[in-house]
Design a protein around this ligand. Structure first.
Ligand code: DC
Length: 227
């Protein structure tokens, strides 16, 4: 069901800080948060669990149509994601989880299957929507759109720090290559490619701290009467 609840979209490539900024903004405004990437990640993970190969678009789309996914917030504030009641929060956040998500996200029927699920989250008092095509496809009418970006080397360095903190073993050149491959797949796919909406405010965070970026985002939100 579509409502009049306002939506602020935050799109951009992986590692540009969208997740953190969207989370901070949703908390600040007291709005709902849509992490659309998590839906694609869970779809990839569900395929793995159900034994469906990512090269079989019909079967992957069927998984997306019947995706039993639930989101909850742990006491620590961490968002927990479950597939059929099984906690997949950690599994979907690995580099492999990101690669699988990017592959299933290129299948048109998968995007179609997840579209309505995303739009259902447009509820009062408002929604912050984080993804790749939030401003261009899913919430085209959103009154405020951001596109966050950063250089590949900066995004690889940030991701490296995050993964090391999680105890994952990572290799920086490999991570950089993964990011480049994922960008190429997300930008070049025929359906809903990663691109800024015409009316998006583009913020390059390569040389800015998360707090600086958040300040710019908040300033724009206040200018539009959201605060
Ligand atoms: O934001 P993320 O890294 O969790 O997203 C994982 C993958 O999902 C990303 O490589 C592309 C895809 N994705 C998408 O195609 N459309 C979205 N709205 C969100 C994510």
């Amino acid at each position: 069901m579509m409502t009049d609840a306002p939506v602020i979209t935050v799109d951009g490539p992986s590692g540009a800080g969208k997740g953190t900024i969207s989370h901070m903004l949703a908390e600040h405004l007291g709005w709902h948060l849509l992490d659309s990437g998590a839906l694609y990640r869970v779809t990839g993970q569900a395929c793995l669990i159900e034994g469906v190969g990512l090269g079989d678009p019909l079967a992957v789309a069927e998984i997306a149509r019947h995706l039993e996914v639930t989101f909850s917030t742990a006491e620590s504030g961490e968002i927990l994601v479950a597939y059929k009641g099984l906690d997949v929060s950690a599994a979907i956040r690995t580099e492999e989880g990101g690669r699988g998500a990017s592959k299933v996200a290129a299948i048109p029927d998968v995007r179609e299957a997840l579209l309505q699920r995303q739009r259902e989250l447009q509820r009062p008092p408002g929604l912050v929507a984080d993804g790749r095509d939030m401003g261009t496809v899913v919430f085209r009418e959103a009154p405020l759109k951001f596109f966050l970006t950063a250089s590949v080397s900066e995004r690889a360095a940030r991701r490296y720090t995050q993964l090391i903190a999680k105890g994952e073993s990572v290799n920086l050149p490999r991570l950089r290559k993964d990011i480049e491959e994922r960008d190429a797949r997300d930008i070049s796919r025929k359906i809903s490619p990663l691109a800024p909406a015409e009316d998006a405010i583009v913020i390059d965070s390569s040389a800015a701290s998360i707090l600086d970026v958040f300040e710019s985002v908040l300033r724009e939100a206040k200018n539009r009467g959201f605060s």
